[in-house]
Design a protein around this ligand. Structure first.
Ligand code: TRP
Length: 447
């Protein structure tokens, strides 16, 4: 098949809203509800949140728009896009992205498995234990039960593989349309319950009243990593999704909407979790278990607790799934554009990623540590705090210096739409994002 014919046959999203929901579906996931609260708890509460917001709307938005523009212009995967638009050493950025996708999905699948366990468990004993104040104990018992953790991880990965196997329109788009609004609604209900708990005030203060003395260089590095992780940036995910966008859709509007939706879900998750953290006397810096220990205790205080808990973990599972799909899609799209059939790409890459995730599943029960860090932590740190921001630097430089005139044309749909933030965007890509990220790297990156 010739190049032109190949482009003509490329799958596309069914509609503009389908694309935005799919991109938001990629962005909204465990990053918002599992990772954001525990990172916020660990790195300084409200002051951390402010740094995070600034990074989202300056660096995050700019890199997201850059990725979408690159992908739509090239109509190819992350590696192929750089190859086609400039060649040279640029495809290395795409390869870094494929590697980051591999690493992220490997541990993402483990936490995704937790959501399935918690969904089922909501009906079988979790609520009783949580009501008795034992949510932390039973969480600990579960995550050290390695065969179970791996089994749920396997189930999660098989479902992910199945959706990617079916392709973008049939699979990804369909699932994102209904379920995202549902997650939003249940978060609002949870917030009401959480902030009315006795002792919730302390949590609101921690989350909303900034204490800048809590900020360190490390907080900035963590906020940067969280921004990239949560927005699905820095590894070509939005390049790949952008490559399925038609030429009529306006990209800046889509990028801003995805940033706003993603940020709202994270902020709401924090509002649901921190009041409860303090009301139940959990340590805000407790780490990856924070959401899974705290929320069951909140549900246990609601009438119909099992139903609420099950509904929440079901929606969290779906949010995680739409993100996991996007991660596998980046890896699969690369080999698909190399000539593999989609089913083969989904199954083989998915199984390899599952295998890499097994040591993460065993990270609390004797998997090898990497330079003193648990395996899961090490994978998360290397991908989120190093590979993604580094990918972001190169994507920004690409648009700011090497592909600028084309980028201008692409974000204005060949000059037919205006983009009021054009100059600020270009300058963020040129100077502010690369220097800002490098500065944060140098001052804050600590193993
Ligand atoms: N953004 C997702 C979340 O918050 C995770 C994710 C999906 C991701 N695709 C990505 C992270 C690509 C980095 C890059 O859960």
């Amino acid at each position: 098949m010739g190049k032109m014919a190949q482009e003509a046959h490329r799958e596309h999203w069914g509609s503009r809203i389908g694309f935005i929901l799919a991109a938001a579906g990629s962005a909204v996931g465990l990053g918002n509800i599992w990772r954001f609260p525990y990172i916020t708890g660990k790195y300084g509460g409200a002051a951390f949140v402010l740094v995070y917001l600034a990074l989202i709307f300056i660096v995050g938005f700019s890199v997201m728009l850059a990725e979408m523009a690159i992908g739509r212009k090239a109509q190819l995967n992350a590696v192929g896009s750089f190859q086609k638009l400039r060649g040279g050493a640029w495809p290395i950025v795409g390869w870094m992205g494929v590697l980051a996708g591999f690493m992220i999905l490997s541990f993402y699948g483990v936490i995704g498995g937790w959501t399935i366990k918690y969904f089922i468990w909501s009906f079988s004993g979790l609520m009783g234990d949580a009501a008795a104040g034992k949510a932390g104990d039973v969480f600990g018992a579960f995550v050290t039960n390695t065969p179970q953790v791996i089994m749920y991880q396997a189930i999660f990965m098989l479902i992910t593989i199945w959706v990617v196997y079916k392709g973008i329109g049939e699979g990804i788009e369909k699932y994102c349309k209904i379920l995202m609004p549902a997650l939003f609604v249940i978060l609002l209900i949870l917030i009401v319950r959480s902030v009315t708990l006795e002792g919730a005030g302390k949590g609101l203060e921690f989350y909303l009243k900034p204490d800048f003395s809590k900020l360190t260089g490390e907080s900035f590095a963590a906020a940067l990593g969280q921004a990239f992780f949560s927005l699905s940036l820095g590894m070509g995910c939005m390049i790949t999704y952008g490559s399925y966008v038609d030429k009529q859709t306006t990209l800046p509007g889509a990028a801003i909407q995805v940033c706003v939706i993603d940020t709202m879900v994270a902020i709401l998750a924090g509002l649901a979790i921190f009041p409860a953290v303090f009301a139940f006397g959990v340590d805000a810096g407790a780490g990856p278990g924070l959401t899974f220990v705290t929320l069951p205790s909140v549900f246990a205080k609601m009438a119909g607790s099992s139903i609420w808990s099950a509904l929440f973990f079901l929606l969290l599972f779906i949010a995680a799934l739409t993100s996991a799909i996007s991660l596998l899609e980046v890896v699969a799209a690369y080999v698909i554009d190399k000539g593999w059939a989609r089913p083969k790409a989904a199954v083989i890459m998915g199984l390899l990623i599952f295998a890499l995730g097994v040591p993460s599943a065993m990270s609390l029960t004797g998997a090898p540590k990497i330079a003193g860090k648990d395996f899961l932590d090490a994978m998360d740190f290397l991908s989120s705090n190093v590979l993604l921001p580094l990918g972001g630097v190169f994507i920004a430089l690409f648009v700011g210096w090497f592909w600028t005139a084309d980028a201008r044309r692409e974000v204005t749909n060949e000059g037919t739409h205006s983009f009021g933030m054009m100059e600020p965007w270009i300058w963020v890509c040129r100077v502010i994002a690369p220097l800002g990220i490098l500065y944060i790297f140098i001052t804050g990156l600590k193993w």
